[in-house]
Design a protein around this ligand. Structure first.
Ligand code: NAP
Ligand code: GLV
Length: 306
């Protein structure tokens, strides 16, 4: 069996070493133009030339949860596309969202500012019942986030494409449920995949439907937010702030107004990083499933876009 590795912005050597250890007897090598045909690929944002040269692949394993970069390419329909499901990312997402939520709710940024002027001043804590958290996307990552947020006794709303029942979560679904979901939420968290349906979904009209003083946490993809509309609502005061991990252009250009906005916290797409050991263990198990003709968890539905 031959596996080819083609992952932009990833240091290849440790992956190749650990893949060879996890899959003894398998020929694992770094892809370069003209490389021999492989059975499987491990990819992150590969160039079109990669799939043009490797139409025989049985499966390509994406070393991330989001497959938006992959679905922009022309890939043989016989190549099964498989994404990571969880592989250590869900707990990181939960940490990131709870940190941003609690930092906002308990006004920790204000206490940090107070410390700079040696100011001892206690602030009132808003009612938790007045801080319902709406989670867009109730998939592998969204459900883990919902569970973590519910542990802190915040009311939790969830929104997904298909109807769901999740313990402790008031569930909404589909376009018809979106306005009610927004109106019921004060903190909005996106853990949605990037698809044609979710592009520009968070704009002036939709963000205005959040309760006044709302807060946005985007850990999904930048293209879901119309950034000018977000800035407008922050400046008008309808939104109290935002914690943003993803942007329409990454890296976020140094002159972009989001960098210096006093109500915005920026992080460089780190909410849930790919963990090498967990990912390799998952990919090895999935290759065994493909070889055994079993259904593979995390198989991408190309029509659906995730
Ligand atoms: P997932 O398991 O596929 O879950 C996606 C969820 O979104 C599902 O609940 C799905 O609904 C819902 N959804 C999709 N399209 C929708 C629509 N048009 N309207 C309403 N709901 C919709 O994905 P995941 O593993 O949780 O990952 C989610 C995303 O997180 C990834 O695609 C990626 O973009 C992002 N991510 C970001 C980072 C980071 O570091 N910032 C790291 C990892 C992942 P159904 O349940 O009905 O299908
Ligand atoms: C990271 O953004 C991922 O999709 O895994």
């Amino acid at each position: 069996m031959r596996i080819t590795f083609c992952c932009a912005q990833t240091q290849a050597e440790p992956w190749l070493m650990d893949l060879r250890a996890a899959l003894p007897g398998v020929d694992v090598s770094l892809w370069q133009p003209g490389a021999p045909p492989a059975d499987y690929a491990i990819v992150w944002a590969p160039p079109q030339a990669f799939f043009d040269e490797q139409p025989q692949l049985k499966a390509a394993f994406n070393i991330g949860a989001g497959v938006d970069a992959l679905l922009r390419l022309n890939i043989a329909p016989t190549t099964q596309l498989v994404r990571l499901d969880d592989a250590g990312m869900a707990v990181q997402m939960a940490e990131y969202v709870c940190h941003a939520l609690i930092r906002h709710y308990r006004q920790f940024a204000d206490y940090e500012t107070q410390q700079h002027s040696s100011t001892w001043s206690q602030r009132a804590i808003p009612l938790r019942s007045q801080m319902p958290v709406g989670i867009m996307g109730l998939g592998v990552l969204g459900q883990r986030v919902a569970r973590a947020v519910a542990q802190f006794d915040f009311p939790v709303n969830g929104w997904s494409r298909s109807a769901k029942q999740v313990d402790g979560v008031r569930c909404f679904h589909g376009e018809q449920g979106f306005s009610d979901f927004l109106a019921a939420s004060k903190v909005l968290v996106s853990v949605l995949p990037s698809t044609p349906q979710t592009r520009d979904l968070l704009n002036r009209r939709t963000l205005s439907q959040l309760k006044k003083g709302g807060y946005l946490i985007n850990v999904a993809r930048g293209v879901q937010v119309v950034e000018d509309d977000l800035l407008l609502l922050l400046n008008e005061g309808h939104l109290a702030g935002a914690a943003l991990d993803v942007f329409r252009t990454e890296p976020l250009p140094s002159a972009h107004p989001l960098w210096s906005h006093p109500k915005v916290t920026v992080t460089p797409h780190i909410a849930a990083l790919t963990l090498r050991q967990e990912s390799i263990a998952q990919i090895a198990a999935k290759i065994a499933d493909v070889e055994a003709g079993k259904a593979v968890a995390g198989t991408v539905d190309r029509q659906r876009g995730y």
